[in-house]
Design a protein around this ligand. Structure first.
Ligand code: PMP
Length: 399
């Protein structure tokens, strides 16, 4: 059997039609397949590779840590300097009172930990989530997913969860004395890039404070510089009670975190003792990689060009097939007339050496979330190729 057949035979699939590229090397915004063909990567591992693939500083930090130690003990018991250094760097970049980091292996685990934290801190059952939100595939996170199609096959899910329209007065009005938390994305990614109104976010914050429930913001996809500031909530003039991190947090290594006030976090350590455990959460190699990625992001001033690059995409992505471009920094959704056009464009783009994807709740949109250090030339070239694909799609599919 060749590698493709073994992949099909022995790796559990997530869909009937995986992309199935065999990538053998990646660097910056370029992927290389087994035949040596190059692909401009417009999705960066789904908002993971914010500092580009295999950033030399990240690779060096990983190699240095591998020479020291790998796993030594479950999370939280021994002092592991990469965790300590990264936690310190993260909280130094968060507003008060967010001064305590719980590292996890993934985004979904950060969601799970935060749900437990909210229930532990408030002693209340109810959780409010948003329609068209995505927070992960574990059962708790799945209960919060804002789309019945993805929930229906896995019942019974976690009780006490209600879904309300994002950016709506209705969501604010349902918060009451039984609410443990509101858990939403700061910018909805899988919905096709939906930014909330700042005034709505502020009113939501105020209502959570009045009712004594926690406001948990999922920055797993929109954090780590993606929207032009290190954290998306910085643009909204509010401070959440808990911030969820993942994806780009590990610089390409598996790492998530939930960040909250020490006063809240310490409650997970008593009654019951060891109330939240993870063997590998905050793995030292992942923390070393994440810290190096954060340093690269800052030293190379990647945040300063996010808005400009996003505008360049918007300016270049003008085509009769494109109905709209929804944008939150370098998280863009390019809306076509329907799903079939997106599917065709994506497969033609792959043939032309552009790697992109769609969105879970917006299959009529093309995802653009490249490394933040993608060059202007790479942006121009990828847009040129995408438009060539759209020309072909208009001829092949019509309206
Ligand atoms: N929250 C958001 C907003 C996400 O986009 C994702 C992953 N796509 C998650 C949570 C879950 O993260 P993970 O896949 O690392 O569990």
């Amino acid at each position: 059997m060749n590698i493709r057949q073994i992949f099909q035979q022995h790796l559990a699939p997530t869909s009937e039609a995986p992309i199935g590229l065999h990538i053998v090397r990646a660097s910056g915004s370029t992927l290389y397949d087994e035949s040596g063909k190059e692909y401009l990567d417009l999705i960066g591992g789904i908002s993971v590779c914010n500092v580009g693939h295999c950033h030399p500083k990240v690779v060096a930090a990983i190699k240095a840590q591998v020479d020291q130690y790998l796993h030594v003990m479950v999370y939280g018991e021994t002092i592991q300097s990469p965790q300590v250094a990264y936690a310190r760097a993260l909280v130094a970049r968060m507003p008060a009172p967010l001064d305590n980091v719980y590292f996890t292996n993934s985004g979904a685990e950060a969601v799970e930990g935060a749900i437990k934290l909210a229930r532990r801190v408030t002693g209340r059952p109810r959780i409010i989530g948003a329609i068209n939100s995505y927070h992960g595939s574990t059962t708790g996170a799945l209960s919060l997913i804002g789309d019945e199609y993805w929930r229906q096959a896995f019942r019974p899910l976690m009780p006490g969860v209600g879904h309300y329209p994002y950016n709506s007065q209705e969501m604010i009005d349902v918060i009451d004395g039984q609410t443990a938390c509101v858990l939403i994305e700061t910018v909805q990614a899988e919905a096709g890039v939906v930014r909330p109104d700042i005034a709505w976010m502020q009113a939501l914050r105020q209502r959570c404070t009045e009712q004594g429930c926690l406001l948990i913001l999922d920055e797993i996809q929109c954090g780590f510089g993606r929207t032009g500031t290190l954290w998306g909530f910085e643009q909204m003039g509010i401070v959440p009670d808990v911030v969820l991190l993942g994806k780009a947090l590990g610089g390409g290594m598996p790492l998530g975190a939930f960040v909250a006030a020490k006063e809240h976090m310490h409650q997970l350590a008593s009654n019951p003792v060891l109330g939240h455990l993870t063997t590998f959460g905050g793995h030292p190699v992942c923390c070393a990689a994440g810290l190096a990625a954060l340093q690269a992001l800052e030293e190379e001033q990647m945040l300063t060009t996010v808005t400009e690059k996003a505008q360049l995409f918007k300016q270049l992505l003008q085509h009769p097939e494109i109905l709209a471009v929804h944008e939150a920094g370098l998280l863009l959704a390019v809306r076509l007339r329907h799903e079939e056009k997106v599917r065709r464009t994506l497969s033609l783009a792959l043939a032309l050496g552009v790697f992109s994807d769609w969105f879970l709740f917006a299959p009529d949109c093309i995802r653009i979330a490249p490394p933040l250090n993608i060059s202007n030339e790479e942006i121009a070239e990828s847009c040129r190729r995408l438009k060539a694909c759209l020309d072909k799609v208009s001829m092949d599919i019509g309206a």
